[in-house]
Write a protein that binds this ligand. Structure first.
Ligand SMILES: [Fe+2]
Length: 189
């Protein structure tokens, strides 16, 4: 049984394809590539004086439409499933706690970040040095937790989650995106 072999990687330039939702860990892995790509765009905004409207719009759209759903996939489904399935030697509780702390730090900056980007796009004014420092801090927190998720959580999830767990994860991720449940005939044991 290889229900969650890594799929072909995309570029992270566009939102993760819903077609990957049948393999939810592949979807999450692809979402991390997307996050990494957005972090690079944020770094670009943070290092240049003049506001790049296209980049600012792309980041704002990601923050509004993709990041929150991704974090809910993890907090509401992936982390609890891991906590239930993992063995004591996986030491998963500590890893999840550290990742959540970093996610919380990033989330705390989110309202400010949104307001900054929306404000600059509205007023056509460039970001201040202080605002650009907030962008850098946010990108650093996002990068740090996604590195830990890729290195620790996803490999353990691939090893420990059952086929039924993956089905539940896929179903909840689809529901979260307003997509109907896949009653796949290919899903037979
Ligand atoms: Fe993540």
């Amino acid at each position: 049984m290889h229900p969650s072999e890594p799929a072909l990687r995309g570029s992270g330039d566009t939102p993760t394809s819903p077609s990957l939702l049948a393999n939810p860990l592949d979807f999450i892995s692809e979402d991390h590539l997307r996050e990494r790509q957005i972090c690079a765009v944020i770094d670009g905004l943070a290092t240049v004086d003049a506001l790049d409207r296209r980049s600012a719009t792309a980041v704002l759209r990601f923050l509004n439409e993709e990041l929150n759903v991704h974090l809910r996939d993890e907090a509401e489904d992936l982390f609890p499933l891991l906590a239930r399935r993992c063995l004591p030697e996986d030491a998963i509780e500590g890893a999840i706690a550290r990742i959540k702390a970093d996610q919380d730090e990033a989330m705390r900056l989110l309202p400010e970040l949104r307001a900054m980007l929306a404000g600059c796009l509205d007023s056509e004014v460039s970001l201040t040095a202080e605002e650009r420092a907030v962008l850098s801090r946010f990108a650093a927190h996002v990068r740090r937790h996604l590195v830990a998720e890729n290195a620790i959580l996803l490999p353990i999830a691939r090893a420990r989650l059952t086929r039924a767990d993956l089905r539940t994860l896929s179903k909840h991720m689809r529901m979260r995106r307003g997509l109907p449940d896949l009653l796949e005939t290919t899903d037979a044991e």
